[in-house]
Design a protein around this ligand. Structure first.
Ligand code: ADP
Ligand code: MG
Length: 337
């Protein structure tokens, strides 16, 4: 067992200010890592809104003993191989920073067994002091436990809201992610109670039924029955998904999910195009409800470089606005009687 100081602890904490705003940002980074590792089942278990503890277990490929010691070092990530990756690096936000940043502002435990390894290893970091890797017990996959977030950065700690508010941010995040990965099972527990259990299509079962169940859990139990499924394509733009019929008035503002290239975004231009389409038909509700996926040539869109923002910039915003408006308008118009 070895104990050594992280050389760049201060830098890590500064970077943590960028990447780790609150418990939900920790969950976001860890869930993204689990998905990158090819996990099909992800368990998210949080206590007191994630302030006391965040525990995430996945059944992905795991981390080798050798890579474990690297995982907490800044930019040690294997995901950036060349300058060619710079473009995608910018579009995905900061890379190779999440684990060192989180570890620098928490009591951090990482236990992992790589798919080719005989056994699991664990590494701990307590505010920058690294311990391990040491042998541990774990099935193939990874568990990360983040306790006492911001215990050593009081200003950040005070910035956190109530347990319930922080929890709701995590819940919101899991909802968004789960609608972008129907193939993955997501389970979310808060204070020992299972709140969400979305079964993924990986487990056999009818994928359409599982998909519809998942959507109805998040958008209202009769959403799918009252929604129109649409698929539209024009040039390099493609959109598919569900829009609630204008007559369905159970929509709420949190039943709006829009993805660009499978990343959830909230964008004024997109929101405007959708509202316009609804306003043009006989619309009874106060809010449109939708789950929509826009596929667009990555060249035509700039995803904000900041990892915690959801905004985008389109190269040709009129084209995108017209396409979204036109597609939805056409689908809604069909339902008129
Ligand atoms: P990045 O995701 O940008 O590479 P992170 O700091 O988030 O940087 O993760 C560092 C590295 O640790 C990853 O590149 C990956 O190799 C490894 N890693 C992190 N989480 C997991 C996980 N759940 N399963 C497998 N490998 C992981
Ligand atoms: Mg990551």
């Amino acid at each position: 067992m070895s104990i050594r100081k992280l050389p760049n602890q201060l830098i890590d904490q500064i970077a943590a200010g960028e990447v780790v705003e609150r418990p939900a940002s920790v969950v976001k980074e860890l869930v993204e890592n689990a998905l990158d590792a090819g996990a099909t089942v992800i368990d998210i278990d949080v206590q007191t809104g994630g302030k006391k503890r965040i525990k995430i277990t996945d059944n992905g490929q795991g981390i080798t003993q050798q890579d474990l010691s690297m995982a907490l070092q800044r930019h040690a990530t294997s995901k950036i191989q060349s300058l060619d990756d710079l473009e995608s690096l910018l579009s995905m936000g900061f890379r190779g920073e999440a684990l060192p940043s989180i570890a620098s502002v928490s009591r951090f435990e990482l236990i992992s067994r790589h798919q080719d390894a005989e056994m699991a290893y664990q590494i701990n970091a307590h505010g920058g002091e690294i311990e391990g890797p040491m042998p541990a017990a774990h099935p193939i996959g990874t568990t990360i436990i983040v306790s006492d977030l911001f215990f050593n950065t009081p200003a950040r700690r005070r910035f956190m809201k109530t347990d319930q508010t922080e929890y709701l941010r995590i819940d919101e995040l899991i909802k968004r992610v789960s609608l972008s990965r129907f193939d993955v099972t997501f389970r979310l527990s808060h204070n020992g109670k299972m709140i969400r259990n979305a079964q993924g299509c990986h487990s056999g079962g009818d994928s359409d039924i599982l998909k519809h169940q998942r959507i109805n859990q998040l958008c209202g139990k009769d959403f799918i029955e009252n929604a129109i499924y649409m698929e539209q394509e024009r040039g390099k733009l493609k959109m598919s998904g569900w829009v609630a019929k204008p007559s369905w008035n159970r929509a709420q503002p949190d039943r709006q999910f829009f993805y660009i290239n499978n990343r959830m975004i909230k964008d004024k231009l997109v929101g405007h195009a959708i509202r316009q389409a609804y306003q043009d038909v006989l619309f009874h509700g106060r809010f449109p409800a939708f789950v929509l996926y826009l596929d667009i040539d990555p060249e035509l869109v700039d995803v904000n470089v900041h990892p915690t923002k959801h905004e985008v910039r389109f190269r040709d915003s009129k084209l995108v606005h017209d396409f979204i408006f036109g597609s939805i308008h056409q689908s809604l118009a069909h339902t008129r009687v």
